[in-house]
Design a protein around this ligand. Structure first.
Ligand SMILES: [Zn+2]
Ligand SMILES: [Zn+2]
Ligand SMILES: [Zn+2]
Length: 175
């Protein structure tokens, strides 16, 4: 894993610095995706540096960056009015519910985010990539990048939802 990230960093002209390594360790140890402020607090790296490192690692595909559309809608400006200027960028991200997780997939892939537990899953589909190539051929455009974010309920949360629905039915039948 480190090897892969290290290779990707050096190929892009970057080094696996101590702060970047600490940030990766924090993400690897966490069971759930973390916000930039949580990563900064746990790694002891400054908020500004954490924010830059996460953006770089996400660019290189070592880390997934997902945002919660519900949190994004609910996010107000209240917290930002009092935040120091250097914290503002990261605070905006946290307010939008942007979270980071380590990528288990090494090649090109996309992310599924569970709206209930915020777990992210690396997903890839050859058929999906083929469909994009077909779009290129049909339209004559050259697709240089694509962002496909999948959202919904993960398998575990679907089971929890089913169980509580069954419990409700049983309560109703007894009543
Ligand atoms: Zn990923
Ligand atoms: Zn879930
Ligand atoms: Zn793709």
């Amino acid at each position: 894993m480190y090897m892969t990230i290290f290779e990707r960093l050096s190929a892009a002209g970057y080094k696996l610095t101590a702060p970047r390594r600490r940030i990766l360790d924090v993400l690897r140890m966490s069971e759930a995706p973390l916000t930039a402020l949580e990563v900064a607090a746990r790694s002891g790296v400054s908020v500004a540096s954490t924010y830059r490192a996460l953006a770089l690692l996400a660019d290189l595909g070592a880390v997934s960056e997902t945002s919660d559309p519900c949190a994004e809608r609910a996010a107000g400006q209240t917290a930002l009015a009092t935040a120091p200027v250097e914290l503002a960028a990261a605070a905006v991200d946290d307010a939008r519910g942007r979270r980071y997780a380590i990528c288990t997939a090494t090649g090109h892939h996309h992310h599924f985010t569970c709206r209930a537990c915020h777990a992210t899953l690396d997903v890839s589909s050859a058929a999906l990539e083929t469909a994009l190539a077909e779009i290129e051929q049909a339209t004559g455009v050259r697709i240089e990048r694509h962002d496909i974010a999948l959202g919904g309920l993960c398998a575990a949360c679907q089971r929890t939802a089913r169980r509580s629905a069954e419990d409700d039915t049983m309560t109703e039948e007894r009543a």
